[in-house]
Every structure is written in structure tokens, then in C-alpha cells.
Design a protein around this ligand. Structure first.
Ligand code: ADP
Ligand code: ASP
Ligand code: MG
Length: 405
């Protein structure tokens, strides 16, 4: 009997009717003779609503209580899905992340899975139960509940699939697969039949939220193929897997965007050893994740240091940086929270000239100013004004011939 792991995202379980639809799909797989494990996200906008509610009560809630609160969203959807299956006459059991044996480190709101002991899951499967697991959560060695970061249910699913040695991890969502760009932004975007882990990881870390980036990392480490497909229509979807059987590679495979970028500049910084450490150590200690860092060439031993973070971290980062800036003799500390980023991604760009120039030319033709640029071997990212992101994605999608299929 094959083990099938399926994950359904928030929009796929947003109301009672949709939960019944998922129950029907799950029961079909079970009736074919599979052992079925299902991972679910919280219903619809539940996680956003809980965050809003918490912030109304306390603008800076304790991370421990926040994670315990947010974990309830997935408990609700997992239990309701089990109840829907019971109503259809199937045996199913809902498990929280800790009950499913998922352990994590103690970084609240962005915990990493440290291990899975799938004993309970295996026992329930052997009793003939369909096993429904609450995504996005785990337990620390101190018995505290953690969450895995926004979109983290994908990671729960891939980790569970790896621990059960399933053949594939199926992720069902509200689009038909991974596209050359967010299909909600670019109607001409094309569905990819297949994409490698490396390119998918760059897409995910650059803002393509169709998969949580950690789920792709885990897929790559455990060589677990991931299928992304629609929870509503039966269409083939996209397979994310390792190198072989790769489709003919377009040089640029996709455009990713992220509307949630903020920039902090520490201006007039003395250019001497230890300054960057003095700025970034306290941010790291506070759990603030820094994305792009740019240091200008210094003039008269004075330089500027600019870095980007997500918008929600700006107030805390400024609170930390202001006294440090004063202490190291910097001139000023400025922030801009209305930024976004756009990235072109493709392994075909490796060691091939001309991609950066074409990207910059395309943005220039749209009169879009580039504030910062970062690259990896297979990605070029430009930080631009948030209100220009949509235009930039569309123009780049066209310029790199991605709308031609
Ligand atoms: P779920 O709730 O199922 O986890 P998400 O909202 O997290 O769903 O992810 C699906 C969304 O990802 C889509 O609705 C789409 O707008 C967005 N998305 C961004 N980039 C892409 C892309 N390249 N391909 C497909 N979807 C994308
Ligand atoms: N419910 C969580 C979120 O909204 C986790 C997930 O959907 O994967 O981020
Ligand atoms: Mg998601």
C-alpha cells in the first residue's frame, strides 16, 4: 500500500463546503487503497485575523503566546476535516503537530523542524485511519508550541512525506501549479510542467509564495518530489524535482516579486573594522532577519550602510539601530517602508552575459528607478518602489519572452 501525503492550503479549506470538497478528494485517494496522510493550513484568513486580534490587545505580543495562539488555526481546520470524513463514513484521526511527533527549535514564529518521530502517524495508518495533521507547528524540547513561519504548512507536509518515505508530496492550492510569474499579477503567465529544486528555491525565497522556501529546501535535501496542483480542478500541476528529465530550459524560468520590503540606511558611518558587526549583531539577537546588505565605497573613511528587512520589523529594527548608530558615530539613521523587489530567475543565466543589462534596460524603459541590486548565480533582484512592482513584473515577463509558453 502506497503512502500518499497531501497538503491543502488555507483557501482550499476556507469554509464548510470547501472542507467537504477536500474530504471527498482525500476519501477518493483512500478508496484507491492508499494510506493517506493530510496536512492542512488554517481556514482562509484565520492566521491574519488572529494576528490582527492579538495586536489589538497588545501591540507587541510575546512570541511564545503568539505562536500558541496562531497554532490554533490549524487545529480548527484539521479537526473539522476529520469530522467531515467521519460524516462520510471514513475513519480519520486529527493530530496536532506535537501529537504527530514534530519537534522544532525554539525560534518562535520562524521555528525550524529539528526532527519527526512518526510513530503515532504510523500506528494510526496501520489501524486503517486517514491521518489529518495540523500544519505550521511543532514542539520545542521545553514543550512549547512553535510555528514555522508564514506559509509553513508546506514545510510540515514535505517533512512528513520525507519521514514516511512517501514517493511524492502533493501540495494542493488555489492555482493550478507553479507559473512563470504570479498568475494573479500576470494573466499571461504560463504554468511550468516541471522545475528543479534550485530554481524553485530562488523563486520561493524571492517572494513566490506558492511554496514555503523551507519546504523546497527539505525537498532537495531528502530528494522528495513535490507536486503543486489545484485543489479544485483535476489538472496535471507542476512537479518540483532534481536535475534529470528537465524540460528544455528557458534561460529565465520565472519572475518573482515581493511587495513587503523595507530599507534602513545608516548614513555617515566611520569605515573601520567591527562596524558592520556592531550593527548586525543586535539585529540577529532580536531575531530580525536581514535580506540585502549594501555598503557604499567609502569617501574620507566615511561610508553608508543600507540593508533590507520585512516591513513588520522596521519599528523594532529602528529602536535597536538608533542607539548603535549614535554609539559608533554615524550621522543618521533613515528608513523607507514602501519598497518591493522583483527578481528574474533561471539556471540558464549562470555564466551567461546580458541578463542584468536586459533587466535594467527593461526597468529603465518603464521609468522605474532601481534602488538596490543583488544577485546569486541564478538570480538578479532589483529593489524598487512598491507601487512599481506590478508594472516591473509584467514588463520583465514580456521582455524575457515568458508569455510565449
Ligand atoms: P495556500 O493557501 O494554498 O498555501 P498560498 O496563497 O500560500 O496558497 O499560495 C498560492 C498563491 O501563490 C497563488 O494564489 C498565487 O497568487 C501565488 N503565487 C505567487 N507566485 C506564484 C507563481 N510563480 N506560481 C503560482 N502561484 C504563485
Ligand atoms: N496558516 C499559516 C499562514 O497563514 C500557515 C500556512 O498557511 O501554511 O501563514
Ligand atoms: Mg501557502
Amino acid at each position: 500500500m502506497a503512502i500518499v501525503v497531501q497538503k491543502y492550503g488555507g483557501s482550499s479549506v476556507a469554509d464548510a463546503g470547501k472542507i467537504r470538497n477536500v474530504a471527498r478528494r482525500v476519501s477518493e485517494s483512500f478508496s484507491k487503497g492508499n494510506k493517506v496522510v493530510v496536512v492542512v493550513s488554517a481556514m482562509g484568513d484565520t492566521t491574519d485575523d488572529l494576528i490582527e486580534l492579538a495586536n489589538k490587545i497588545n501591540p507587541s505580543p510575546e512570541p511564545r503566546e503568539m505562536d500558541l495562539l496562531l497554532s490554533t488555526g490549524e487545529i480548527v481546520s484539521s479537526t473539522l476535516l476529520a469530522m467531515a470524513l467521519h460524516a462520510m463514513g471514513f475513519s480519520a484521526v486529527a493530530l496536532s503537530g506535537p501529537q504527530a511527533g514534530i519537534t522544532t527549535d525554539s525560534a518562535f514564529s520562524r521555528a525550524r523542524i529539528t526532527g519527526i518521530e512518526p510513530k503515532r502517524i504510523v500506528k494510526e495508518l496501520s489501524k486503517g485511519n486517514i491521518v489529518i495533521i495540523a500544519g505550521f507547528q511543532g514542539l520545542t524540547s521545553d514543550n512549547d508550541i512553535t510555528t514555522l513561519g508564514r506559509g509553513g504548512s508546506d514545510t510540515t507536509a514535505v517533512a512528513i512525506a520525507a519521514s514516511l518515505k512517501a514517493k511524492i508530496c502533493e501540495i494542493y492550492t488555489d492555482v493550478e501549479g507553479v507559473y512563470t510569474a504570479d498568475p494573479r499579477l500576470v494573466p499571461e503567465a504560463q504554468k511550468l510542467n516541471e522545475i528543479g529544486y534550485e530554481e524553485m528555491l530562488e523563486m520561493a525565497t524571492s517572494g513566490a509564495r506558492v511554496l514555503h522556501h523551507r519546504s523546497v529546501e527539505l525537498g532537495q535535501v531528502y530528494n522528495m518530489p513535490i507536486l503543486v496542483a489545484s485543489s479544485m480542478v483535476d489538472k496535471p500541476g507542476t512537479i518540483i524535482q532534481g536535475g534529470e528529465n528537465m524540460e528544455q530550459r528557458n534561460k529565465v524560468r520565472g519572475i518573482a516579486h515581493d511587495m513587503d520590503v523595507a530599507k534602513i540606511t545608516v548614513g555617515g558611518v566611520p569605515d573601520r573594522p567591527g562596524i558592520a558587526a556592531a550593527i548586525f549583531m543586535p539585529l540577529a539577537k532580536a531575531g530580525i532577519s536581514v535580506d540585502t546588505i549594501v555598503q557604499n565605497a567609502s569617501a574620507n573613511n566615511i561610508t553608508d550602510l543600507t540593508f533590507t528587512i520585512t516591513r513588520k520589523d522596521v519599528a523594532k529594527a529602528m529602536e535597536i539601530i538608533r542607539p548603535v548608530a549614535k554609539q559608533i558615530g554615524a550621522r543618521e539613521c533613515l528608513n523607507d517602508s514602501k519598497l518591493g523587489k522583483v527578481s528574474i530567475i533561471g539556471t540558464g543565466m549562470q555564466n551567461a552575459p546580458g541578463y542584468a543589462a536586459k533587466m535594467f534596460q527593461t526597468l529603465y524603459a518603464q521609468n522605474i528607478n532601481i534602488q538596490l541590486i543583488t544577485t546569486s548565480e541564478i538570480r538578479i533582484t532589483c529593489i524598487i518602489a512598491e507601487d512599481k512592482v506590478k508594472e516591473a513584473v509584467k514588463a520583465l515577463h514580456k521582455a524575457f519572452d515568458l508569455d510565449k509558453g
